[in-house]
Design a protein. Structure first.
Length: 167
C-alpha cells in the first residue's frame, strides 16, 4: 500500500507525442500510456531514447518559462518531453521518485535525460547543454518507467507517491 502526498496542485500541463519521432513533439489533449510510453508515439533514435527504462520523458513548465526568460526559444514539447508538468517541485524529481499521473498511471523516475543536438534550435546559440544535469543540477528533464499503465489527459493531477515505511 502507498500513501499519496499532494504536490500543491501539480498537474499535467501538456502531453506531447510524435508519430514520426523527433522534435518538437506536438501537444495532444489525452493519451493512453503503456509500458513503452505514450501509445502511438515514436522515437527517432531508439538506441538513445525509449524502451522500458526511458518510456516517458518529463519536464517542468516552470523550468521552460525560466529558460524562456533567459532568452531561449523553447516551448512545451520542443525539447522532446512527453509530459509537461506544472506546479511540481522540480528539485525533488530525482531517480527513484514515484508519481501518480491522473487516476491510473503510476511511474518511477529512472534517470536524468541527457540533452543532444536535436534540441539545439530550442536554445539561444544552440546551447542545449543548458538542461544537462551535470553542469546545471535541477534543470534536466527526467526519464521514467511505467509501473501502472492507463489513460492521462491535460489537467490530470500529478501526485508524489511515497511507499509506506515498515519498521
Amino acid at each position: 500500500m502507498a500513501e499519496k502526498e499532494n504536490m500543491s496542485g501539480a498537474y499535467i500541463f501538456q502531453i506531447n507525442a510524435s508519430k514520426q519521432g523527433g522534435v518538437p513533439k506536438p501537444g495532444m489533449r489525452q493519451a493512453e500510456v503503456d509500458a513503452l510510453g505514450i501509445v502511438g508515439s515514436q522515437v527517432a533514435n531508439p538506441e538513445d531514447h525509449g524502451g522500458i527504462e526511458r518510456a516517458l520523458c518529463l519536464y517542468s513548465l516552470e523550468r521552460i518559462l525560466a529558460l524562456q526568460a533567459e532568452g531561449h526559444p523553447l516551448f512545451p514539447g520542443s525539447v522532446g518531453e512527453n509530459i509537461t508538468i506544472v506546479n511540481l517541485d522540480w528539485e525533488q524529481m530525482v531517480p527513484g521518485v514515484r508519481l501518480r499521473l491522473g487516476d491510473h498511471v503510476l511511474i518511477e523516475l529512472t534517470r536524468y535525460t541527457a540533452p543532444c543536438t536535436t534540441i539545439a534550435a530550442s536554445f539561444q546559440d544552440g546551447h542545449y547543454e543548458r538542461i544537462s544535469q551535470k553542469p546545471y543540477p535541477g534543470w534536466s528533464r527526467v526519464y521514467a518507467r511505467v509501473l501502472q499503465p492507463g489513460p492521462i489527459r491535460i489537467g490530470d493531477r500529478v501526485e508524489l507517491v511515497k511507499a509506506e515505511i515498515t519498521a
